[in-house]
Each structure stands twice: as C-alpha cells, then as structure tokens.
Design a protein around this ligand. Structure first.
Ligand code: 13P
Length: 276
C-alpha cells in the first residue's frame, strides 16, 4: 500500500485509545525485522529516521528502503524524520518523499520554537505531510543530541503552543529520557493529564526504551498516542550479533539479530495496542 501519514495512523490510535510505535531504523536487516513484527501484529508502524542515521549518510537509502517496503506491506507504514534539526532538513525530507517530519525546536525559547515550527507546518501541510513538534526538551542522549537535565514541559507553554502551531502530534517531556534509564524512571502523570486536558494534538512519548510496561500502559491511558523506541531495538540487534559473530555463516549471524528485534518489536506493539 501507499505510505500513510502520521496524521492518518494517529487518528486510528485516538479512536482506539492505543499508541502507534515509532521505531528508529538504521539498516536493512533491522527494518525488515521491525516490518515482520508489524505484519505479524497487523499494526501500523512509524519507521523513523534519526539524526545518527543521517550523520552516517543513510537518509536517502533509508527513505528509498521504506518507500519500497511500504508498497509490499499489508499494514500502513509512515516514513518519519526524527528530531529534525532545521527547517532546511525538513524540506529535504519532503523532497525525499517522507510522509511525516518532526521539527524539534524544544531547545529554543518558546517564541522561536513557535516561529520555526509554524514555518515547517506551513510547508509540510502544503504537500500533505504531517508534522510532530516538541516542547520541554527531552533529556538523555539520542544520536548525539544531549540534554542532561530532566525537563518537564510547562503546561502554560503547551497551551500557547497549540494555540499557535497546527501540528499533528506533540512530543512532551514528563520525566522521560532518551537511552536506557538508570533505575526506574519517574513520570509526571499529572502533567501529562493536564496537557491532554488542554485538547492537544496526539501526544508523543520519546525515550520508550527501558520504560516499565506498567508506566507505558498508564501513559497511553492518559493520552500518549505514539511511543518512540530506538536504543532497546539496537541493543537487541547487537546482542544477536554478539552471540553469533564467531560463526562462519554471514546470514545466520543476521538471522539471530533479526529474530531478537522482531520479538522485541512484537512485545512493544502488543503493549502499545493494549493486548498485554
Ligand atoms: P530511546 O532510544 O530511549 O528508545 O528513545 C527513542 C526516541 O525517543 C527517538 O526519538
């Protein structure tokens, strides 16, 4: 089928009170493994190209890969840019056929974030592409982007932002962080509830790796409609490679890595879809 937009798949999630996975992709094998999981679970999937993959020169390759995979897929697939760093980068992605771009202006003062986000929304919407924005810079390290402090989104800023920016999804900081957590994370669920009560667009939880299942369930119940996972998938892939790297069979080595990723992605999908 044709690629879907973020707006389309999140509309389904809103109706069913579930969340759609935003899985970061880095290479062919990992992407195929994620698609095996999405097909097995018959769940839409957001395949996300992050800044690490872009720095490694993979932007065009991954875009082409996802466009081909989507044609053969029986579930809706979104080609999404993660943490877009500039207006120019989001435009580059529109040209490459992305159906969704994230513009992350969360490290800017509010006014500037609003101004830049509005420009991205205007251009992307003109060609039918969805936009995710961010408020309350999410801490941790993701693809070289690092925020040390845990940033909690300011609810009043959310009110102003959604009044001025017509985005399709909004990522917020509620104590979540990129990368694996040291210990159990603490999420400010009251803050999440307060944001949702403002009538926000579908809310996004970044930093899904290592979050206890129960906390994910609660976040979805309170309005999270997209959950991003990157680090845990990469770790599953690497663990598969490490276990089999001594073998002589090149493809056997990838088989284990892929099986690991498929099993983990299926677990996340079942959790996000309220089946676990
Ligand atoms: P994790 O690496 O913590 O899963 O975070 C992924 C993410 O939020 C991508 O934007």
């Amino acid at each position: 089928m044709a690629l879907a937009t973020l707006h389309e798949v999140l509309a389904t999630a809103v109706k069913t009170n579930t969340a759609i996975p935003g899985f970061n992709i880095d290479n062919i094998e990992g992407t195929e493994a994620i698609m095996d999981a999405a097909e097995a679970e018959q769940c839409p999937v957001i395949l996300t190209v992050g800044q690490g993959a872009i720095k490694a020169g993979q932007l065009r390759h991954l875009a082409d890969l996802v466009k081909r995979i989507a044609q053969e897929s029986t579930v809706p697939v979104v080609l999404h840019l993660d943490h877009g760093i500039s207006y120019e980068q989001t435009i580059q992605c529109l040209r490459l056929g992305f159906t969704s771009v994230m513009y992350d202006g969360s490290h800017f003062p509010l006014e500037e974030n609003i101004r830049e986000s509005r420009s991205v929304v205007r251009s992307a919407h003109a060609v039918g592409v969805s936009v995710e924005c961010e408020l309350g810079a999410i801490s941790g390290v993701e693809d070289g982007i690092s925020h040390k402090n845990v940033n909690l989104v300011d609810v009043e800023e959310v009110r102003r932002f959604i009044g001025e920016v017509d985005c399709d999804a909004l990522a917020i900081g509620i104590g979540n962080a990129h990368g694996m957590y040291q210990g159990t994370p603490h999420f400010d669920f009251d803050r999440l509830r307060a944001c949702k009560n403002l009538g926000t667009p579908p809310l996004v939880l970044h930093g899904g790796s290592g979050t206890p299942d129960e906390m994910i369930r609660q976040a979805i119940q309170l309005g999270i409609r997209k959950v991003n996972v990157a680090t845990e998938l990469r770790m599953a892939f690497m663990a598969g490679l490490e276990r089999t790297v001594g073998q002589r069979d090149f493809y056997e080595m990838y088989r284990t890595a892929k099986e690991n990723v498929t099993a983990l992605a299926r677990h996340k999908i079942q959790l996000f879809q309220g089946k676990l």
